[in-house]
Design a protein around this ligand. Structure first.
Ligand code: SF4
Length: 395
């Protein structure tokens, strides 16, 4: 982004764009198609982020990330692809892994990523998120195994700072909670949310210290999102005491290129934001045009890792599956090797999985176990399943 453009946006603040008709760089006939998509999967962007697009390039990665595509209407996947409903303990509260509770405390983002796995939240009839965190706080108070709380949504940094202060303060009153994680793409979508709000910076400063920690789970998908103001925004958060990491999925047309991912890792490493997870895209309804098969995705991640130092190589290529976070740890000519990084069922913690190599598969459920793995893990009279938690799954 040029300095002139930045100054213009800065002077006027970021303006949100919710109508396809407002996209002046798209021909009218194309807009008609995109409106049909936006009726199904809502569109939202802002002038700063749209200003990062090279409109002369139809394949521009920032454009792919934010502008709808007609292929989103292809029939594919489920709205809740990793079965978050199974972890939902009350409205806006998810608990899957013992130590972590999720508060879906908002259902709006600075813009909407076309590949979002939670796009159901942005639909009119959905109430999976809750601005009212009273039930969530009560649940966490009653679960002493919970030591960290992930604020997510939607984007928690869309909430006002006074609201965040209330949530932080209430969580800090719970003696077993030591960490708050904020899952946010606002530093990418609108860095001025941080840069223009000294109270937010003071809030982070007041709550991230030797007794308690605030993590920023940032979401940069492409090195071009790491603009000067975006880097400055992250730097302000880090200097206030927040500990940053970055996670993003592999997205077709956005970052499915080893050089792009490698550059992302290197830039993040330099700024001081460790790459944390690189997610395999969940088979979410509407997301087919953004999906990359497991084998190709893993090859990209592995090649990109060779371009970074050990600091940038910390990213794990993982599937956030109904059964847990499953890391893809290696692929050879015949097999795909995976391991439970986190598991829904205790029996699966650290469990190693071996599938037959399938270059077309996008998700664990599309993979066949290797013959040896199937033989070793099938109980007499029961169908094969990836989890070792046979009893409850088959009851
Ligand atoms: S910022 Fe996160 S929650 Fe919001 S649209 Fe993007 S992926 Fe979805």
């Amino acid at each position: 982004m040029s300095t002139t453009t930045e100054t213009a946006v800065r002077a006027n603040k970021v303006k949100y764009v919710n109508r396809i008709d407002a996209l002046t760089n798209i021909p009218d006939d194309v807009k008609e198609d995109l409106k049909k998509v936006a009726e199904q999967y809502v569109f939202r962007a802002n002038d700063y982020y749209l200003g990062l697009i090279d409109w002369d390039d139809p394949a521009d990665p920032i454009r792919q990330l934010i502008i709808p595509r007609i292929e989103e209407l292809d029939d594919w996947g489920k709205l809740d692809a990793s079965n978050e409903a199974a972890n939902t303990v009350s409205r806006g509260v998810q608990h899957k892994y013992p130590q972590t509770t999720l508060l879906l405390c908002n259902e709006v983002c600075g813009a909407y990523c076309r590949y979002c796995f939670r796009k159901r939240l942005f639909m009119d009839d959905n109430d999976d998120a809750s601005l009212d965190v009273t039930q969530g706080l009560e649940y966490i108070r009653n679960h002493p195994e919970v030591c960290n709380v992930l604020l997510t949504g939607g984007d928690p940094l869309i909430l006002g700072t006074t609201r965040l202060e209330y949530i932080f303060t209430e969580l800090r009153k719970i003696p077993h909670v030591h960490t708050i994680r904020i899952g946010t793409k606002m530093p990418a979508f609108n860095p001025w949310r941080v840069l223009d709000d000294p109270k937010l910076v003071d809030l982070i400063s007041a709550h991230s210290n030797n007794d308690f920690r605030i993590y920023i789970i940032a979401h940069f998908d492409h090195p071009r999102e790491l603009t000067e103001p975006a880097i400055r925004g992250m730097d302000v958060l880090m200097r206030a005491g927040a500990i940053p990491v970055n996670q993003c999925p592999i997205v077709m047309g956005v970052n499915d290129d080893a050089d792009v991912l490698g550059e992302l890792f290197r830039k993040l490493e330099f700024i001081g934001i460790p790459p944390y997870y690189i997610f395999q895209g969940r088979p979410t309804a509407g997301n087919l045009p953004y999906e990359v098969p497991i084998v190709r995705g893993n090859a990209l991640v592995e090649k990109a890792r060779t371009m970074a130092s050990g600091l940038g190589r910390r990213a794990r290529h993982s599937m956030s599956h109904d059964l847990g976070k499953i890391e893809i740890v290696g692929i050879d000519k015949e097999h795909i090797y995976m391991r439970f990084h986190q598991a829904r069922f205790r029996e699966d913690d650290g469990r190693f999985l071996i599938a037959k190599r399938d270059d077309e598969a996008y998700w664990l459920d599309g993979l066949e176990p290797s013959d040896a793995f199937r033989a070793a893990n099938t109980r007499p009279g029961l169908p094969f399943q990836w989890s070792a938690h046979f009893k409850d799954l088959t009851d």
